[in-house]
Ligand binder design. Structure first.
Ligand code: SF4
Ligand code: SF4
Length: 347
């Protein structure tokens, strides 16, 4: 599988600076009850990478010290981390909104049947991927039987009040099934609501449309089909500067299962580390010494972003005003209506 990262780092994307940190997005590990072919982290039932308790305690320490308002949990299936319930319970005691990015089917697995009640007790926000409202399209993307199971679980969540009571939010996620931009989020949400309600009696709150990023498996498919340049041109031609003000990386830090930190989930997948203030000073020195040589500057920046940064460093650092590590993939967040883990940026 060819990797797009060498093509992405030499970029003309505008520089970005951090604002106040409000969200921690934490990957609890690659263990999952499913093993979808499109999975960007190759999660599955045999993966053993899981965030340990010591790192989870650091996550909680950062939530406390930085007054973070949102904890966004991903995986794998985040619920399969043995410390999942402890983390959720402690975070919700702090008044933090906890988001669980859920594949839905985990809630039917033995040992997890009581999770819906646990979610409701802790007012966890559930965000679930449902690439279409029709069985045929979902089966093509996620495998046979996944659509029916997902509908069953959505009904269980509805029965508990999810998607119905204002304190129990249930959001769905749509990704385009190919090299095109998502349709208008609001319009698609109306279609989803009508079809899911009419056909299955399922209710939900919001639909998040998310643009496919030219990285990981999707990036490799673009390269294999010779469509990489075309897709990058699509993203760049639809660049919308107003999205720069609401990009998720401005106020979010992404944490991997080992506790390493990144500006966003996409940079985590590309292994482009967050730049610490100390490194930024060194990097600025390189720019000052030879500002005419763009490639040298870029290479120095790339060297800096290869160095791992750990969540414990957040406890000693105020990130406000810090530079964000950018690449050409960032055009995926600014194209058209914009894109983030919370859907369109200007919907
Ligand atoms: S459910 Fe999600 S995390 Fe699990 S294998 Fe599928 S895509 Fe990967
Ligand atoms: S990919 Fe998007 S979220 Fe990540 S650094 Fe670039 S603009 Fe920010």
């Amino acid at each position: 599988m060819r990797d797009t990262s060498p093509l992405l780092l030499n970029t003309d994307f505008p520089p970005l600076k951090r604002t106040a940190l409000t969200t921690l997005q934490v990957n609890l590990g690659y263990l999952c009850n499913l093993s979808c072919t499109h999975c960007h982290v190759n999660a599955g039932p045999k993966r053993t990478e899981l965030m340990d308790l010591a790192t989870i305690e650091l996550v909680l320490a950062v939530l406390r010290q930085k007054n973070i308002t949102v904890l966004d949990l991903t995986g794998g299936a985040p619920e399969m981390n043995p410390h999942f319930r402890y983390l959720v319970a402690e975070a919700s005691k702090l008044g933090v909104e906890v988001i669980d990015r859920c594949n839905l089917t985990i809630l039917l697995e033995p040992g997890y049947e009581d999770l819906v009640q646990f979610f409701a007790d802790h007012k966890v926000t559930v965000v679930a991927s449902l690439p279409c409202y029709s069985e045929k399209n979902v089966s093509e993307q996620r495998g046979k039987g996944v659509f029916e199971l997902s509908i069953d679980v959505l009904k269980i969540l509805n029965d508990k009040g999810y998607g119905i009571e204002s304190s129990l939010p249930l959001h769905l996620v749509y990704n385009p099934n190919g090299a095109f931009l998502p349709p208008d989020q609001h319009q698609l949400e109306q279609e989803y609501k009508l079809r899911l309600s009419t056909d299955f009696g399922v209710e939900f709150n919001q639909l998040y449309t998310i643009t496919n990023m030219p990285i990981s498996r999707f990036g490799a498919v673009l390269l294999a089909k010779g469509e990489y340049d075309q897709y990058m041109n699509l993203l760049k031609d639809n660049f919308s500067p107003s999205n720069l003000e609401t990009l998720m990386c401005l106020n979010t830090v992404s944490v991997d299962w080992q506790g390493n930190i990144y500006d966003c989930d996409f940079n985590q997948m590309l292994e482009i580390s967050l730049v610490s203030l100390r490194d930024e000073k060194e990097w600025s020195g390189v720019i000052a010494s030879d500002s005419s040589d763009f490639s040298q500057t870029q290479n120095s920046f790339n060297d800096v972003t290869k160095m791992k940064r750990h969540i414990r460093e957040l406890l000693a650092e105020d990130m406000f005003g810090q530079s964000i590590a950018i690449g050409d993939h960032c055009y995926g967040c600014t194209a058209g209506q914009g894109s983030s883990c919370g859907g369109a940026l200007n919907a």
